[in-house]
Design a protein around this ligand. Structure first.
Ligand SMILES: Cc1cc2nc3c(=O)[nH]c(=O)nc-3n(C[C@H](O)[C@H](O)[C@H](O)COP(=O)(O)OP(=O)(O)OC[C@H]3O[C@@H](n4cnc5c(N)ncnc54)[C@H](O)[C@@H]3O)c2cc1C
Length: 427
């Protein structure tokens, strides 16, 4: 962190606002292309949503997380008794327009288009992370052994196995379909009396044992390579008199030719005052760590219970239980209901020890209704750029999105056409 009290700070080629996985990756890619870059956050890098996720670099998530379509599923969710999705009734009127649009975009045709549009980013997620992991020396945080989707009910497992085979065939993914014996061999601590039906082991994804440390490690690499990291509030960003951008810091005004908004769920605090009505909503999610049980090790792989929407992931801090989606107003208090329900289900098949923290961590996934991020020039402000809205897959997509935006900002040929991610689609 900069500590100088000099009020005439050097001018940069680019300010990157937000040091989550998206901003930090963007800063590294701009720096790699020869720009002088200042990365700005009011917390330590990787302390926002990027801190607490399930740690999946999700190469197998080729179809975005969509809104359920079948009337039966909608009825089930309407009762608000599910573990994977929970909503605060008071939030629904405020979110109705956004949810309606999300529902329409989740119909088979638009969802297929969204999957095609996301594929160029998803396909590169592991290779782009790998380049940064090697350069930053963070191999100790990462495993290339995939994750396992587990099923208790035979019918649900049979349907998932058929879907997995089709998806793997279509997209060239590697998946082992495990019957109950094969699942028990791969995860020997699963409780035998739980009689699991089986699992799908997705082999292409990588997993991270501390996502926050990974981002901090990427930020350290950025600083080692000569980048500047500054602790400041990004909301003072203003156009300056020379056609660039300036930001007030306790040490004086920062000046730069270009600026990137990469504030994840807080991006509206900056783009709204600039006149952009982009539909960015939050889907909340929680985590809590558990000690491994005294007579069983942590899971060998992250285990996902798709029906209940949670992941049990072996992390540095313990076994991390991450929840599905909560729709709530920004000022809504923490609601432990999904954690409580998920813990009860998890204990039926996994020997968890005591909870480590008294209070859960809560994060906000920054989501657009068409399930694509916004990686784009700001339509009405030269030199201003957007990189946010990565929803359920921000950890996965950070380095690929950072590369794409850096290529756009420096006028390089882009590895994929950026049109599907343009802010223009909402304006
Ligand atoms: C429970 C849960 C599980 C998840 N699991 C996965 C997973 O397994 N794999 C995956 O790919 N994704 C996962 N995600 C999604 C992923 O975590 C997010 O998409 C991603 O972290 C978003 O990154 P970001 O950089 O856009 O935002 P953030 O990480 O939130 O970064 C934004 C940064 O901006 C800073 N900031 C905000 N306002 C200001 C301001 N005014 N001034 C200065 N700085 C500011 C914040 O301090 C923060 O550091 C999960 C999310 C949740 C909630």
């Amino acid at each position: 962190m900069r500590t100088s009290s000099d009020s005439t700070l050097p001018a940069y080629d680019a300010l990157v606002l937000g040091a989550g996985i998206i901003g930090t990756s963007t800063a590294l890619h701009l720096q790699q292309r020869g720009l002088s870059v200042c990365l700005v956050d009011w917390q330590a890098p990787g302390s926002g949503t990027s801190h607490g996720n399930a740690g999946l670099i999700e190469r197998a998530s080729v179809v975005p997380y969509s809104f359920p379509q079948s009337p039966l599923a909608l009825l089930r969710y309407a009762a608000n008794r599910q573990t994977d999705v929970h909503f605060q009734w008071r939030a629904l009127p405020a979110m109705a327009g956004w949810l309606w649009r999300y529902w329409r975009e989740s119909a088979p045709g638009p969802l297929e288009q969204a999957a095609q549009d996301m594929l160029p980013l998803i396909e590169r997620c592991v290779t782009e992370h790998d380049a940064l992991i090697q350069a930053a020396g963070l191999q100790n945080l990462v495993r290339a052994a995939g994750w396992i989707d587990i099923y208790r009910e035979p019918a649900a497992f049979a349907a998932a196995a058929a879907d997995a085979r089709a998806l793997a065939g279509r997209y060239g993914l590697q998946a082992d379909v495990l019957d109950s014996a094969a699942l028990a061999a791969r995860e020997p601590a699963l409780l035998p009396h739980a009689r699991m039906a089986g699992g799908i082991h997705w082999l292409d994804p990588w997993t991270v044992s501390s996502p926050g440390k990974l981002v901090q490690g990427y930020a350290d690499l950025f600083c080692r390579r000569g980048g500047t990291l500054i602790h400041a509030d990004a909301r003072s960003l203003r156009p300056n008199t020379s056609g660039g951008w300036q930001l007030a810091t306790p040490d004086g005004d920062l000046q730069a030719a270009q600026a990137v908004i990469a504030l994840g769920p807080d991006a509206p605090e900056l783009f709204r005052p600039l006149g952009y009505a982009l539909p960015l909503a939050h889907k909340r999610g929680y985590h809590l760590h558990f000690q491994p049980s005294p007579d069983a090790p942590p899971p060998r792989h992250p285990l996902c219970d798709s029906r209940a929407g949670f992941v049990l992931a072996p992390m540095e801090q313990g076994v991390r239980l991450t929840t599905g989606v909560e729709l709530a107003l920004p000022d809504a208090p923490i609601n432990r209901i999904q954690l409580t329900r998920a813990e009860r289900i998890a204990r039926q098949y996994w020997p968890l020890g005591q909870a480590i923290e008294a209070e859960p961590w809560m994060g906000r996934r920054p989501c657009t209704p068409d399930m694509r991020p916004i990686i784009s020039a700001a339509p009405r402000h030269p030199g201003l750029w957007f990189n946010f809205g990565h929803a359920h897959h921000g950890l996965t997509l950070g380095p690929a999105s950072g590369r794409l935006l850096a290529e756009m900002m420096t006028g390089e040929p882009t590895f994929t056409h950026p049109a599907p991610y343009s802010a223009h689609r909402f304006l």
